[in-house]
Design a binder for this molecule. Sequence first.
Ligand code: ATP
Length: 199
Amino acid sequence: VFLKNIEAKGFKSFAEKTRIEFNKGLTAVVGPNGSGKSNIIDAIRFVLGETSARSIRGSKMEDVIFNGTVKRSAENSATVTLSLDNSDGVLPVNEDTVKVTRILYRSGESEYYLNGGRVRLKEITELFMDQGIGKSAYNIISQGEVDDILSAKPEDRRAVIEEAAGVVKYKHRKRESERKLEDTKQNLDRVHDIISELE
Ligand code: ATP
């Protein structure tokens, strides 16, 4: 699965409908300071369901909506769509192209769409979580995080690598299974108690 393109309208500096195409392999985005390079990354985080305004460099979520310039008035909503190539079937959606859209209104309300159909944020999160794509999966390393990772304690750095490698998901499942096993053991003990009382 790979990102084919991003379409943004009314999102940060992308007032007009803007489409950014990506190819397989490495893509570098170059441009002067303040030209909107990081806004592209913010747009990706936004669609993946980012709920923290700070993570997309705003003080409140509505800050991502195009706020107007001298020449152009502000927009009332921000829309971003990610198109992913799913011809390898990695995402559990029966389509070769998976389109995920988020619309944010000035009221603070968000709408999410998966291939045109309205879905809840939970469905978007679950769609990506098992593929190691998501807002906390270290697919996106921001400028500050590079420093944090380099200066982190070895245990913390290990946690980052484990998260990126997708180990955390299994650790979580292991903990769940251990808890169930413990519950079952306790139930079994209780059954044994009852049996011995009856005997
Ligand atoms: P640098 O190299 O300095 O990191 P950059 O190319 O990554 O720069 P960004 O930080 O992505 O640039 O873009 C910042 C630009 O986006 C600024 O010009 C800012 O005015 C504009 N911008 C951010 N939010 C909005 C908004 N809500 N409406 C309009 N413009 C916005």
